[in-house]
Design a protein around this ligand. Structure first.
Ligand SMILES: Nc1ncnc2c1ncn2[C@@H]1O[C@H](COP(=O)(O)OP(=O)(O)OP(=O)(O)O)[C@@H](O)[C@H]1O
Length: 901
């Protein structure tokens, strides 16, 4: 292999070859093992040979993706590696803080585009241009990227929206088998070669969830319907219906087992793509129901039968060519399947109608055999191309989101690679033209624009030569004379269109509606569109879309043309590297600055990095630009930005240092950054560093805000707590006051009632006792009138109060003392004046039991109550209080109380 590399000469002279060998030796003596170089810009020196060896070493080590500056080089492994595309790996790239630090992968590109959309940095919309020659792995790559977005762009919050997103993703993924069945075919280079270009627009909503998609197709190779190179096949769908139809369907579509069709070469070769059921299932998911599907397959069967129509040479030019062999049967079957009238079908194939002259006179000219064949093929191509376009529109209506529901998109462009066969058709020219256009977009966007911008911005830059394909494009599309303008002829014969408009078939009626603008003569007023003009217009439109997006490039490389794993053919790879200008790309990427940000945007985004500087700077305080502003110096916008810019750029060493201490020594040396006249130029690693620093500052700010908020929240909580305590205390004291007031009122009420009751009771008792007195005792005769003198009365009362207990005791104690003696004792006890005994009377009530009380009546008598007093009130009279003696009732005592006295 080394021999091959060293021996390879890419057109350079012997001297150049010698220096390259030297370069290679220098490179080979490098320390890093080749297969470990993740980025081709790191090979030194960057030459085709060194790049090639690096790719080969990586391929041998089963490492299929390598960065080449702004481009990702994808080598086709030609063997299944499930773990390389697992959902777990997709999530790993999605969750990685810096996916660029992981191994190069298409998921890195996918994730980068997704993050770009999220960051909203203009241009927000992204496009991934997947290019490479047929069989290099473009479709595979696009499919994997779609799966990647289906996984990462579908993390909706609610279950319902999750289901919607899942359904949309399923539909988008289901569009693949349908488009591949109708648009892919087995070629010499690829068993599943896409015979059309496609741009898939994945539509994302504000939350970056996939809400829908739209597919735009380019130039289907419709020639394949009627003409296939030897060892190649027609579109997969024809084989699928012939192999997978049920017995009933075979009868319905006139496809008997083992039937031979001239447009179905190599039917014996069975591919995994021949699975009819998968296509039908996917069509069903896209909303194409079974009757419509049957209608489609019936039309396709009609085309197969059309292909079996053979014409014989006509001996007389004035006579139409006759059908050969069993072609009559074929035309009948074809007419019946396409629901066309049989005779007009045959006539349209055999006879050309020419309109000429002022009156548009119609001339009918029988066609030659070759012309008949061409018209037959043209009819089939026309039907198939319309059917394919209709399918794409059905797919779009099924997967396209409401325009209001999406805001951004990621576009995936999967275009056919350069093609060159021994016999090339118009399609090959168009395919190669498309590739030249895309290469020019890459050159214009990346190589040319970048270098020109460096010069305009005043950066020191030594220009890297690249292959500009503008002259090639001028040849194809330039004006006034170019290949396109010369071949811009050969529209479809109008009688074919008119014939198909006569069909009763529901599908063909949709595909070929009657043109309302058509003149009675059969001419349409619409401008005639040729294949080339249509293709050119759609290509221009595509490039406009690409120009409005941030492009990302994936170059698929085919290590060998046999599609074999573990085989790396250097010559074949080298030609692909040369064709896509990869070495120039690497050169510019290695030396250049892929990131360009305007001063204004740079300052706006990274101004907060100055905080880092303020914290780390130990030198004398330099006035901040704001402070300088406040000094009032009149300055232009640019002059205002400059100091800010410088301030930000001065933080870079600190940032690099911080990154190095965090364990990435490569970051210790500040990544290159250049300040142009209006823009800041930098490398990816510089951008990464800045973003890292910005994230750090934002995190600190967030922490600071959190801390402030927490403090504020705690203070607020504390104030609220104190206020609550105050309110509680006030309410409690108010409640207590209310309660006490109520108690007080109640006590007053009770007191009043109690007093009233006591008075009442005392009155009743008094009345009762007085009543007894009245019954038993006649009023005491008083010496002076009917009542005692006030002085006598009061002294008597005082005596009674003072001495009645003694009297009571004596009265009780001297049970044996009777009559007058007893009275004497009582008088003595009561210290009644003996001389005046006639003025009051002492009476004891001691008939049945012991004395329970003594009562000195105002009339001058003292009354003793027996225990078994018949009085209902006097006995229950409340306890007397020393302060509330209001009458004699209070001295009534129970006998047992007397014992204690
Ligand atoms: N990453 C991969 N891993 C495994 N096999 C792959 C990978 N990429 C491509 N292949 C194989 O290579 C074949 C060709 O790939 P693909 O159809 O994607 O090529 P292409 O570039 O789209 O070709 P065309 O332009 O003809 O459509 C696939 O059928 C598949 O077998």
């Amino acid at each position: 292999m080394l021999q091959q590399v060293n021996g390879h000469s890419s057109g350079s002279d012997a001297q150049g070859g010698g220096s390259l060998r030297k370069d290679l030796q220098k490179f080979l003596s490098g320390e890093a093992p080749l297969h470990q170089l993740d980025d081709l810009t790191k090979v030194n020196p960057v030459t085709l040979e060194t790049v090639l060896r690096c790719l080969q070493a990586r391929y041998a080590a089963d490492t299929f993706y390598t960065n080449a500056g702004c481009t990702l080089v994808a080598l086709n492994p030609f063997k299944p590696i499930p773990q390389l595309y697992s959902t777990a790996l997709m999530r790993e790239y999605h969750a990685a803080p810096q996916p660029q630090k992981l191994k190069p992968h298409i998921f890195t590109v996918g994730e980068q585009t997704y993050r770009n959309v999220k960051s909203l940095i203009e241009p927000v919309n992204q496009s991934i241009i997947v290019s490479g020659e047929s069989g290099a792995g473009k479709t595979w790559t696009s499919r994997c990227l779609m799966k990647f977005y289906a996984v990462v762009a579908a993390s909706p919050t609610s279950w319902e929206s999750h289901k919607i997103a899942e359904r949309i993703e399923q539909r988008i993924l289901n569009s693949n088998p349908v488009m591949e069945a109708f648009g892919n075919a087995c070629t010499l280079r690829n068993n599943n070669s896409s015979r059309f270009g496609k741009f898939i627009q994945l539509q994302l909503n504000r939350a970056q969830q996939m809400t829908g998609a739209a597919v735009q197709t380019y130039l289907l190779e419709k020639t394949r319907v009627a003409c296939q190179a030897s060892s190649e096949r027609n579109f997969h769908i024809f084989y699928q219906i012939c192999k997978g139809a049920s017995t009933d369907e075979r009868l319905q579509w006139h496809l008997p087992e083992g039937a031979a069709f001239s447009w179905l070469p190599n039917p014996e070769r069975t591919l995994e793509e021949d699975c009819f059921e998968v296509t039908r299932e996917a069509m069903l998911h896209l909303g194409i129901d079974n009757p419509t599907q049957n209608n489609i397959f019936q039309v396709l069967a009609g085309l197969l039968h059309l292909g079996n129509i053979r014409f014989a040479d006509s001996e007389d030019e004035a006579q139409p060519c006759q059908l050969m062999g069993d072609a009559k049967c074929s035309i009948r079957t074809s007419a019946s399947l396409l629901q066309l009238p049989e005779d007009p079908l045959l006539e349209t194939l055999q006879i050309r109608t020419i309109r000429a002259g002022r009156q548009q006179q119609v001339f009918r000219k029988p066609c030659s055999r070759a012309e008949c064949d061409t018209r037959r093929d043209c009819l089939a191509k026309l039907v198939y191309a319309r059917l394919f376009d209709w399918l794409v529109s059905v797919i779009n209506s099924s997967i396209c989101a409401d325009p209001d529901s999406w805001t951004t998109f990621i576009g995936l462009l999967d275009v056919y690679g350069f093609e060159s066969f021994p016999n090339n058709s118009l399609e090959q020219l168009c395919i190669n033209y498309a590739n030249e256009k895309l290469q020019q977009h890459f050159v214009a966007h990346y190589l040319k624009a970048q270098q020109e911008e460096y010069t305009v911005e005043g950066l020191e830059w030594s220009f890297v030569n690249y292959q500009d394909n503008q002259t090639c494009l001028d040849l194809i599309e330039g004006s006034p004379i170019s290949i396109c303008s010369l071949i811009n002829e050969d529209p479809v014969p109008p009688e074919l269109n008119r014939l198909l408009q006569q069909s009763w078939d529901p599908l063909l009626k949709v595909l070929f509606p009657t043109d309302p603008e058509e003149q009675p003569s059969g001419q349409s007023r619409a401008p005639v569109l040729t294949v080339v003009s249509k293709f050119k217009a759609s290509l221009e439109q595509l490039l406009q879309v690409l120009h409005s997006t941030t492009p990302h490039y994936i170059r698929c490389i085919k290590p060998n043309s046999q599609g074999q794993a573990h085989i790396f053919l250097q010559e074949q790879v080298l030609s692909q590297l040369e064709a896509c200008g990869l070495v120039e790309t690497i050169h510019i990427s290695a030396a250049g600055f892929p990131i360009r940000i305007s001063h204004q945007n740079f300052v706006e985004r990274y101004e907060l990095l100055r905080r880092l500087r303020a914290r780390t700077s130990s030198g004398p305080h330099s006035p901040s630009p704001d402070e300088r502003h406040s000094e009032g110096s009149p300055c232009t916008e640019a002059a205002t930005l400059q100091p800010l810019l410088q301030d930000i750029l001065h933080t870079l060493p600190a940032l690099s240092q911080a990154a190095a201490t965090l364990g990435d020594p490569a970051e210790a040396t500040p990544a290159p950054v250049c300040c142009g006249r209006t823009k800041v130029f930098m490398t990816d690693s510089m951008l990464e560093l800045l973003e890292h620093g910005r994230a750090q500052v934002l995190e600190q700010c967030a922490r600071c805000i959190q801390r402030g908020w927490r403090q504020h929240w705690h203070r607020k909580q504390e104030r609220q707590r104190q206020a609550a305590v105050l309110i509680q205390a006030a309410i409690r004291s108010w409640l207590t006051r209310k309660h006490v007031q109520r108690l007080h009122t109640a006590a007053t009420v009770i007191k009043r009632a109690w007093k009233r009751w006591r008075i009442g009771m005392a009155f009743l008792a008094s009345k009762e006792l007085d009543g007894v007195e009245e019954k038993h005792v006649s009023p005491v005769p008083l010496s002076t009138g009917s009542c005692l003198l006030p002085q006598t009365q009061s002294s008597l009362l005082a005596a009674i109060i003072r001495l009645w207990p003694l009297g009571l005791v004596l009265a009780n104690a001297s049970v044996g003392v009777q009559g007058f003696r007893r009275k004497l004792v009582v008088w003595a006890c009561l210290q009644l004046p003996t001389g005046s005994h006639s003025s009051y009377k002492v009476q004891t009530a001691q008939e049945q039991a012991g004395i329970t009380s003594i009562r000195a009546l105002p009339q001058g008598s003292v009354k003793f109550h027996c225990r078994k007093s018949p009085l209902p009130y006097a006995d229950i009279c409340p306890e007397p209080s020393p302060y509330s003696v209001t009458g004699f009732n209070q001295i009534l005592l129970e006998r047992h109380s007397l014992g204690h006295v």
